[in-house]
Structures are given as C-alpha cells and as structure tokens.
Ligand binder design. Structure first.
Ligand SMILES: Cc1cc2nc3c(=O)[nH]c(=O)nc-3n(C[C@H](O)[C@H](O)[C@H](O)COP(=O)(O)OP(=O)(O)OC[C@H]3O[C@@H](n4cnc5c(N)ncnc54)[C@H](O)[C@@H]3O)c2cc1C
Length: 396
C-alpha cells in the first residue's frame, strides 16, 4: 500500500523533501499558501553539501549557477568611502555556487514535475493546513483553500512542515513561536538592484560594514546584483511600525558611502523587497509522531550562517534516504534522519554567531578586528591565486 505524505510549503525544503519522499516510494502532495510559485529572490551561496544533495535529488543538471570567474572581485569600503580589496561570500573555502533563491527553486520545480519515469508531485496552491490531529494511526489534517474559503479533511501517513521560519505546522503541533525562535536583535532587507553601484563592474561584490550596520552588494556573472542591508537593534518590534524605508534610512543615516546611497535609492524603486527580523529556530526534537519539520521551520540557521538553503536541500534528501532505509518503521526512520543531521546543524547554528561579525560587526572594536581579518584573508587569497597562476604558466 502506498504511503501518503502532506508536505506544507513549496520552498527549497518542501520541494526537496517531496522529491526525497517520492524516491523512497511515498506519494507526496505539496500544499502552498501562496496562489502561485514565487520566483527571483536574493543571493545564495550554495555549499558543496547542498550541491551533493541536489545531485542526490536528481536536480543538479537543472541548477543554473552564476559564479563570476575566480569568484569575482570583491571590495570593502573604508570609513572614508575609499575602496580596498574585500572578501566576498564566494571567496570562502568550499567554492560556493552563486545562485538566487529562485534558481534552486526552479531546479527543484523541474524535479517536482518528474521526468516521465517519476510521476509529477501534485501541488495545490492557495492551500494551508489549519488543524492537524495525529491519531497515531494517521494524521488527520483540516485543509483550507484560501481563495475559495472552503475546508476539507484528509488523512496522511506523514505531515512534513516545510513552511519556513514562522511555521504554522510547528505552531500547531510543537507550540508557540516564542518557544522556538531565538532573538538576534537584528533586521535584514534584501532586494534586487536594477544596476550595479556606479563605478564598479557588473559582477563585483561591494561591502560596507560598520559597527551595527552592514551593506552588501552581491555580484553575479549574468544578471544584476542583489543587495542586503542589515542592522542591529534593541527594538525589533518597533522596526515593523511605519515606513520600512524610513526605518532603514534612519539606521544607516550616518553612513553616506556609495553602496549605502545606491542601495537606499534603489530600494525606493524596488518592486518588492524582503524586510524581516533575524532569528534562529531551536528545537529539542524535529518530529513528533507523524509530523516532522524540515528547513527553516525546524532549524532556521539564518542568513549570517549562509547554510540555510544547503541544509534545506540536504534535509529533504536525507529524509528520503532514511525512509528508504527503514521502510516499515516511521519512528526509526525519523530518529535516524535527525541523528544524522543534528550535529552539523548545531555546529552551524553556533558558527553563525561568529559569522555575523563579518556581516554586521557588533561595535567599533569588532569593526576594527573585522577589517584586520579581512585584510589578512585577502592577502592570503592573493598569494594563493598568484601561486596558481604561476603553476598554470609553468604547465604540467
Ligand atoms: C537574505 C538571505 C540570504 C541568505 N543567504 C543564504 C546563503 O548564502 N546560503 C544558504 O545556504 N542559505 C541562505 N539563506 C537561507 C535560505 O534562503 C533559507 O534557509 C531557505 O530558503 C529556507 O527554505 P525553506 O523552504 O525552509 O523556507 P521558506 O523559503 O521560508 O519557504 C517556506 C514556504 O512555505 C510557504 N508557507 C508558509 N506558511 C505556509 C502555510 N501555513 N501553509 C502552506 N504554505 C506555507 C511559504 O509561502 C514558502 O513558499 C539566506 C536567507 C536570507 C533571508
């Protein structure tokens, strides 16, 4: 008998989990509360573990990557607004693949459609669960079709909550957001730029990081850059009142450098942008009975970690693998899945605290240390590249 799974959320984690479930012989159905599939999105550096997971899910060939040659050029702006060599996201070890979130989702969408051998996975838009009743034998879910304002109940063998950092599935089954979302006292705003910062090349990355504020422009090989503005605040709730753009202008008011100026002006014209507070999700267990959480719903690592998309893919691929290995024992499969992933997630949740200093230093001393670290890392990278160029000239 085929086992049915409800996957809640058509993001990276949801589509990866649905494909993993299908590989394990399950029959997944995806529900997404939005009326249509979203596209575009912000810069993402996909790490090797994420690319391996994409290969395991059979979607690697569909993944369009946008790395400039050699990781592209990156510049830091000094307090005086002058440029010096900088350390871009793509320069870190592991050679991340440069994509926008929509590139990963487009590749996964191809996988969801199936290739003729695999059946397409049904996707129901404008639909969300409003009640989940785990009877032990099945999970009975009340689904709301939001456009039509109709409700019906359906039974599943497994419910996968892949509905992001403010997961409704988590709230219904594991408790309120406050129990699981940790406060980072920081905000982000991300959006696409129509044009690069004046006087920089199209694929350049440009970074301006001061105590409590950071402005990043991420360059790509074949499309305009995306921008990230991030700042620290003790009044997270207050940031959601009034005009978002005014909030950002106030936070960056004493940073009148070319990146901040360009980004704030571009933001005024941007058709859409993501403005949100920063959190991590921490849970003692990611599953209960017939309900499991994946991706940001379960462990949101947050943007400073730079590993969320990588682990959203890996979480889905590993879920499929665990279910294949324990076909008759759901509890054992979920326990094995969690014990394989948790050590890496815990490590990256801790590392994100440190990496945050690179995005947005906590104070002036941290800003000064950051500058020194970046200069040393840039010099080391230059030496490495020079050696590689010399070796290539000499030939085999
Ligand atoms: C600015 C920024 C930069 C980042 N950079 C990187 C990076 O460089 N590298 C990296 O690996 N990661 C990065 N990340 C993290 C990465 O983008 C996320 O971890 C990843 O996209 C999370 O995917 P997800 O599917 O778990 O959640 P989401 O992307 O939040 O998807 C959740 C989906 O569920 C739907 N949904 C929500 N509620 C319901 C409901 N009740 N019913 C039905 N559907 C629902 C939503 O509409 C959405 O489609 C970054 C994140 C940000 C914000």
């Amino acid at each position: 008998m085929e086992r049915r799974a409800l996957v809640v959320g058509l993001g990276i984690a949801g589509m990866a989990a649905a494909i993993g479930l299908r590989q394990a012989g399950w029959q997944p159905v995806i529900v997404e509360r939005a009326p249509v599939r979203r596209r575009g999105g912000y810069f993402i550096g996909l790490m090797p573990e994420g690319r391996r997971a994409a290969a395991d899910l059979g979607i690697a060939a569909h993944l369009h990557t946008r790395n400039p040659p050699d990781g592209g050029k990156a510049y830091s702006l000094t307090r005086r607004g002058t440029r010096e060599p900088g350390l871009g996201f793509l320069h870190q070890p592991g050679a991340p693949a440069a994509v926008v979130r929509g590139d990963i989702e487009a590749a996964l969408w191809e996988g969801v459609q199936g290739d003729g051998t695999d059946k397409p996975i049904p996707v129901r838009f404008a639909t969300k669960p409003v009640e989940i009743d785990d009877t032990g034998a099945r999970a009975r879910v009340l689904l709301e079709e939001t456009g039509a304002a109709t409700w019906h109940r359906e039974s599943f063998d497994l419910v996968v909550g892949a509905d992001g950092m403010r997961s409704g599935v988590r709230r219904m089954v594991f408790g309120p957001h406050e129990d699981h979302m940790t406060e980072w006292n920081a905000m982000i705003c991300v959006f696409q730029l129509e044009e690069q910062v004046p006087s920089f090349a199209a694929a350049d990355s440009v970074i301006s990081a001061r105590a409590g504020r950071g402005a990043w422009v991420f360059g790509f090989a074949d499309r305009p850059p995306t921008a990230l503005l991030t700042y620290r605040t003790d009044d997270v709730e207050g940031q959601f009142t009034g005009s978002r753009i005014e909030r950002l202008r106030t936070a960056f008011s004493d940073m009148d450098d070319p990146v901040v100026r360009h980004a704030l002006n571009a933001l005024e014209q941007a058709p859409d942008f993501l403005f949100d507070s920063v959190h991590q999700v921490k849970m003692p267990r990611w599953s209960r009975g017939r309900v499991v959480l994946v991706g940001d719903a379960a462990w949101c690592l947050n943007l400073y970690s730079g590993m969320g998309a990588t682990f959203a893919l890996r979480g889905g691929a590993e879920l499929g693998r665990a279910l294949r290995e324990s076909p008759g024992d759901l509890g054992a499969a979920l326990a094995a899945w969690e014990s394989r992933l948790r050590p890496s997630i815990t490590r990256h949740q801790r590392l994100a605290r440190l990496k945050r200093q690179l995005f947005v230093p906590s104070n002036r001393p941290a800003e000064a240390v950051r500058s020194v670290v970046v200069r040393l890392a840039c010099a080391a990278r230059e030496r490495r590249l020079a050696r590689a160029r010399a070796a290539a000239k000499e030939g085999p």
